[in-house]
Design a binder for this molecule. Sequence first.
Ligand code: DQA
Length: 145
Amino acid sequence: LTVLVLNGPNLGRLGSREPDVYGSQDLVALTKQLGEAAPDGVSIEVRQTDDEGELIGWLHGAVDARTPVILNPAAFTHYSYGLRDAAAMVTKAGLPLIEVHISNPHARESFRHNSVISAVATGVIAGFGFDSYRLALDQIIRTIG
Ligand code: DQA
């Protein structure tokens, strides 16, 4: 089993971007932590893009390959109907798609309070730093691992 961990815009700057909000660890550290948390037989593929079309293409690929998805849509969370429609294809195909956020968007600016993704996600985990991803991985393992 492979679990795709997809990250949207500006998350390639983790570690140096607003460390007070997102912490001081980078995507390499996230990849290592998730790899260590994954049980035998489960491989983790962490990707990041600033490009909406590329992220949508990765969701299409998840449908075709029947791969569960952990998705941090970053700022696309709040306005990308294209990403939402692609996320809906994943869950309508019967695959889990868990929306994650490092910060708790509800405790931040009002434009972050709405997610156009959540209604088509299997579930949402936010506010636990990198542990948001690990909790999502645990849930995917519990349900299909
Ligand atoms: C984020 C929250 C979003 O509002 C923001 O645009 C991000 C990161 C998070 O992980 O906390 O880029 O998705």
